[in-house]
Ligand binder design. Sequence first.
Ligand SMILES: *[C@@H]1O[C@H](CO)[C@@H](O)[C@H](O)[C@H]1NC(C)=O
Ligand SMILES: *[C@@H]1O[C@H](CO)[C@@H](O)[C@H](O)[C@H]1NC(C)=O
Ligand SMILES: *[C@@H]1O[C@H](CO)[C@@H](O)[C@H](O)[C@H]1NC(C)=O
Ligand SMILES: *[C@@H]1O[C@H](CO)[C@@H](O)[C@H](O)[C@H]1NC(C)=O
Ligand SMILES: *[C@@H]1O[C@H](CO)[C@@H](O)[C@H](O)[C@H]1NC(C)=O
Ligand SMILES: *[C@@H]1O[C@H](CO)[C@@H](O)[C@H](O)[C@H]1NC(C)=O
Ligand SMILES: *[C@@H]1O[C@H](CO)[C@@H](O)[C@H](O)[C@H]1NC(C)=O
Ligand SMILES: *[C@@H]1O[C@H](CO)[C@@H](O)[C@H](O)[C@H]1NC(C)=O
Ligand SMILES: *[C@@H]1O[C@H](CO)[C@@H](O)[C@H](O)[C@H]1NC(C)=O
Ligand SMILES: *[C@@H]1O[C@H](CO)[C@@H](O)[C@H](O)[C@H]1NC(C)=O
Ligand SMILES: *[C@@H]1O[C@H](CO)[C@@H](O)[C@H](O)[C@H]1NC(C)=O
Ligand SMILES: *[C@@H]1O[C@H](CO)[C@@H](O)[C@H](O)[C@H]1NC(C)=O
Length: 403
Amino acid sequence: MLSMSAGLCVAVLCALTAGLGVRGEHAEYRRRASLESVPGEDTSMNILHIRAVDNSSTIHYVWSSIGAPAVLLVYTSSPSSQLNVNWTQLTSPTPYGAITIEPASSVLYSTALLFTRIFEYQDVNNTADFSGTPEKYFYPAYDLSEFSWDDANATVNASSLTANLTGRAESHSFQNGSLTFRISAYDGPGRDKVSPRLLHNANCSKFEFLLSQVKPRGNNSRFALEMVTLEKKAGRKSMQSVRSIDDEYTPTIFEVAQLVPHTPNSSHAQGYFQWKSVAYGSTSGKREDSLPCQHYILKSLNESVEFPSVVHAFFGEDLLETYNVEAFNVSFGIADGDFYDKYNFMSWSALIGYGTPPKDSFSILVISIMGVALGLPVLLLLLGAGVVLKLKNRVYSSYEPIN
Ligand SMILES: *[C@@H]1O[C@H](CO)[C@@H](O)[C@H](O)[C@H]1NC(C)=O
Ligand SMILES: *[C@@H]1O[C@H](CO)[C@@H](O)[C@H](O)[C@H]1NC(C)=O
Ligand SMILES: *[C@@H]1O[C@H](CO)[C@@H](O)[C@H](O)[C@H]1NC(C)=O
Ligand SMILES: *[C@@H]1O[C@H](CO)[C@@H](O)[C@H](O)[C@H]1NC(C)=O
Ligand SMILES: *[C@@H]1O[C@H](CO)[C@@H](O)[C@H](O)[C@H]1NC(C)=O
Ligand SMILES: *[C@@H]1O[C@H](CO)[C@@H](O)[C@H](O)[C@H]1NC(C)=O
Ligand SMILES: *[C@@H]1O[C@H](CO)[C@@H](O)[C@H](O)[C@H]1NC(C)=O
Ligand SMILES: *[C@@H]1O[C@H](CO)[C@@H](O)[C@H](O)[C@H]1NC(C)=O
Ligand SMILES: *[C@@H]1O[C@H](CO)[C@@H](O)[C@H](O)[C@H]1NC(C)=O
Ligand SMILES: *[C@@H]1O[C@H](CO)[C@@H](O)[C@H](O)[C@H]1NC(C)=O
Ligand SMILES: *[C@@H]1O[C@H](CO)[C@@H](O)[C@H](O)[C@H]1NC(C)=O
Ligand SMILES: *[C@@H]1O[C@H](CO)[C@@H](O)[C@H](O)[C@H]1NC(C)=O
């Protein structure tokens, strides 16, 4: 009886684990990934190109620091599609066509993410929510299209598939400071070693947004980043918040935010952005240095937006006629938490990818805890039932059959 109950318990646990989805259910899916810099005329005009190739498709990520930093994601149905850059045209007033993927007919999906402005504001009440903050508490925003950028070629590491786009503003506060987009490509599934330990696969890449040694302009300074994205008119992106009770890899952080497109009747997958709602005040990414972050509503931009030339070069001059353009903010810090000046450093990471965004399943630790928590009462219940059954049998067995 005991072994039967235990067996049932194991069955319950198995069902639980299967239901919650334990990691490792997907076979290793890999792509051949490469990261290189596209040589141009001027070392401050960077284009970095990531190719991630499988048997029948290529995902291209094209990062640029010409104007506002931006990344284009292009998915093609060919394992040999190529990126072409015409620098002469790219720097001309009519850049459309300067960035192409050949063969053009293989392009099934494309999108872009632009980094437009960094806001700094005085969080006088320490609420870490700037939606109601009056204009006067904002310092002049840093316009990222006005930054000057280092030569990224020197930072490309082709074996670790990483590169840095580092730039600074003219202003005094950036005298010793810098902004870096640290870019990483992946050729297979895994989990980052650095916080927030993002889960990734071969269909995505990552950037870390690092604000380092920038002098805050006040005592209660907090920062926010504004981003812009676009989607073909048939669809638009929406913000999703995925919550979990499991924080094994990012203590106290339970939210994953993601921006996914909704295109009715789309015949193929699309691109996404995904991040954990946390930044860090140190490179080590320790729990005590975590700066939980917050995202704000997606706003449709229907007026003229100043796009960097790479976006016009790939998507066209009259973008707003063919694309829905949306923008959103992410701010860094938590109510009653530390201000930027405690660390003079901040790092935030996000994934850019194609297909289904990675999803954390419950960790073995949490499953065990839940298993014990749910399994024990079941075990006791079954044991109880067993005793009753046994007693009943004994009662029945006292009525000897009359023969
Ligand atoms: C790619 O092709 C090779 C050889 O044809 C095959 O062994 C492999 O399974 C294929 N991989 C995928 C992901 O289709
Ligand atoms: C690059 O663009 C310029 C200006 O549009 C054009 O004259 C030139 O032929 C193009 N170069 C190539 C290699 O296509
Ligand atoms: C700070 O809180 C006070 C009192 O609640 C309020 O009057 C004031 O408007 C708040 N300031 C800001 C910038 O939110
Ligand atoms: C880029 O870096 C590589 C290796 O460091 C070097 O061989 C190459 O000449 C550089 N290219 C340019 C355009 O500076
Ligand atoms: C890239 O940036 C990271 C973070 O700031 C830094 O640790 C790393 O040394 C940089 N790599 C190169 C090659 O400059
Ligand atoms: C590239 O990255 C690998 C792995 O992280 C490291 O061992 C190597 O030293 C790096 N190369 C350069 C030139 O920084
Ligand atoms: C930059 O660093 C120098 C030397 O440490 C220091 O004197 C100067 O005040 C710093 N500038 C800013 C804006 O922090
Ligand atoms: C990656 O993308 C391919 C389409 O090229 C898709 O078949 C595959 O399921 C995706 N893999 C993951 C892990 O999302
Ligand atoms: C910042 O804090 C210091 C010490 O707490 C104080 O002396 C200074 O006036 C404050 N500055 C501002 C701009 O509030
Ligand atoms: C999507 O497909 C459904 C059924 O096939 C159709 O009723 C609907 O009109 C389609 N929507 C669009 C936007 O094409
Ligand atoms: C932009 O969209 C908003 C809301 O959809 C609308 O109220 C506004 O009139 C539009 N502006 C322009 C210039 O089309
Ligand atoms: C981001 O926040 C700033 C400051 O409040 C605001 O001016 C800007 O319009 C916001 N952008 C979006 C897309 O909401």
